[in-house]
Write a protein that binds this ligand. Structure first.
Ligand code: NAD
Length: 254
């Protein structure tokens, strides 16, 4: 039995991952803004600090598996999307590094998105602000731009890059680090997006080779694979679990 920490554990993919890890024998410490062992608002530095210190206490300073699933769709105020999806996730990843190092075959998975590669974000100043950790500038920039796609998909792109940049350091500490890029997954976040007619049309306009959306349990199964012994040599990967949408959009690159 191991010890897992899951952010966003109250709903959707985080809740399904929690159930899956518990079924596999882990003790899970959930972090969420509601209905979790640790209630914390990951949009604020204070909330992140509370989440980290309380989780470290609950786990006695040792974490075997970490899943960072807390997130907001782009229908929320854009500075909050950036604060939760990028800065909240990165604060927890870095804040739990030493506890992961003390864990047994430790690994972490970040929640990216298949939308992260639907356009080219390379060289975008907003992405640079995220990667530099400049939260105030990134939030001001995104509110000014009102660019919802950049806030959500660009933030997920930066998350994937930030994860890959950490692979030498985390690898040297014995911690495997990967991300998962789900396609549309039937959760409350997707239900919220589907209330918006323009976004629903955008989603339905995507090629969809498997012809359906994922369940949260399917994404949790891919996360469990990345966390577990069958992925013992998988490090620095963004795994697309999107029913082939990315491949259909960009068949000639990988
Ligand atoms: P969800 O809305 O079902 O769950 C998100 C969880 O994050 C909720 O429990 C919520 O309370 C928590 N959360 C939100 N703001 C928070 C805050 N300030 N502090 C702490 N917790 C907070 O969404 P989901 O679909 O399960 O999404 C999980 C992750 O997967 C997100 O990072 C999302 O971007 C990503 N994702 C989802 C889809 C999809 O189609 N559902 C696709 C690609 C990526």
């Amino acid at each position: 039995m191991g010890i897992a920490v899951v952010s966003g554990s109250a709903s959707g993919i985080g809740a399904a991952t929690r159930k899956r890890l518990e079924a596999d024998g882990d003790k899970v410490v959930g972090i969420d803004i509601r209905n979790a062992e640790i209630t914390a608002d990951l949009s604020t530095p204070e909330g992140r600090a509370t989440a980290i210190s309380q989780a470290l206490e609950a786990c006695n300073g040792r974490i075997d598996r970490l899943v960072l699933s807390a997130g907001l769709s782009e229908l929320h105020p854009l500075h909050l999307v950036v604060k939760v999806n990028y800065f909240g996730a990165m604060a927890l990843l870095d804040g739990f590094r030493e506890a992961l190092k003390a864990g047994s075959d430790p690994s972490a998975v970040l929640l990216c998105s298949n939308s992260a590669r639907m356009t080219s974000f390379e060289g975008n100043p907003f992405i640079e602000m995220l990667l530099e950790g400049d939260e105030a500038r990134a939030c001001a920039f995104i509110e000014e731009s009102k660019n919802t796609f950049l806030a959500y998909a660009g933030g997920k792109f930066a998350l994937g890059i930030a994860m890959r940049r950490r692979t030498p350091d985390f690898g040297a500490a014995g911690i495997r680090l990967n991300a998962i890029a789900p396609g549309p997954t039937k959760t409350p976040l997707l239900a919220e997006i589907k209330e918006d007619a323009v976004r629903t049309a955008g989603l339905e306009g995507l090629p969809n080779p498997l012809g359906r959306y994922a369940t949260a349990e399917e994404i949790a199964a891919s996360i469990a694979f990345l966390l577990g012994p069958d992925a013992s040599y998988v490090h620095g990967v963004v795994l697309y679990a999107d029913g082939g949408i990315d491949a259909a959009l960009a068949p000639d690159r990988f």
